[in-house]
Design a binder for this molecule. Structure first.
Ligand SMILES: [Zn+2]
Length: 241
């Protein structure tokens, strides 16, 4: 373990060596657990590495505190009354009602997610919520697709799409133009849902992440970078289920 002192802080980091390469010499990455990973080509001296780390110390410390903040807030789900779950960017409290005679289901009542089930079982609550999120996703995403389809001249009506659980993505568009959206996306604020839907729709005109693609996206959603940052910043919270 290497370290660098910056003000009152000590930055400890793992150093790995890479093959010589042109351009940026030292790359720094802060993992979600707060570990700092530095990669530098063989020919970079330890002094140069420490210098590079010191130069980016403020950024590193900020990333570490963001990671710590997120870890504090991400606790395993228990699926019991009083726990909060996200929907369209807001936290909603769960209210679990157990009654052997009621029909199982989920309803949003005065901002609370009311879950009715026949026996006390977090696994059942989890499954009911999952079904509810999928239904809401289908409705909300379809609504956004319909609205964009009216505005975007390269579309003949809303394109087909499906909900697909993805590990690292909110949405994708296959080379054949099949759009997939993650069922977790509906937990994010509306503008984030819009951003992902619009991003995939732009792929129906520009398949790759080319300059033309980003020009199109810039024109249709000028602040998309901020929206994307917001979404990425919430990822750990939203994917926690
Ligand atoms: Zn894309």
């Amino acid at each position: 373990m290497h370290s660098v002192i910056y003000g009152d802080a000590r930055i400890e980091f793992q150093l790995s060596r890479s093959l010589p390469r042109r351009g940026k010499k030292v790359s720094i990455h802060v993992h979600p657990d707060g570990a700092v990973q530095v990669e530098a080509p063989e020919e970079t001296s330890d002094r140069e590495v420490r210098e590079a780390v010191r130069k980016r110390a403020r950024w590193i410390l900020r990333q570490c505190s963001v990671a710590e903040h997120q870890r504090e807030h991400v606790t395993p789900r228990r699926y019991v009354s009083g726990e909060s779950h996200f929907y369209l960017g807001r936290r909603h409290l769960l209210k679990v009602r157990v009654d052997p005679d009621i029909e199982a289901g989920v309803k949003m009542v005065h901002g609370r997610l009311e879950i009715s089930c026949q026996s006390e079982n977090p696994g059942v609550v989890k499954d009911l919520l999952k079904i509810w999120y999928r239904q809401r996703s289908k409705e909300q995403v379809q609504r956004r697709l319909d609205a964009y389809a009216d505005r975007l001249p390269w579309l003949d009506g809303p394109p087909p799409w499906k909900l697909v659980r993805m590990e690292k993505q909110w949405g994708s568009c296959s080379p054949k133009g099949r759009i997939s959206i993650s069922p977790h996306l509906i937990k994010a604020p509306r503008e984030c849902v819009d951003y992902v839907v619009l991003h995939e729709l732009c792929h129906l005109k520009e398949h790759n992440h080319s300059e033309r693609f980003y020009r199109l996206l810039d024109r249709l959603m000028p602040d998309w970078k901020l929206v994307k940052e917001k979404l990425d910043g919430m990822a750990e919270l939203l994917l926690n289920d």
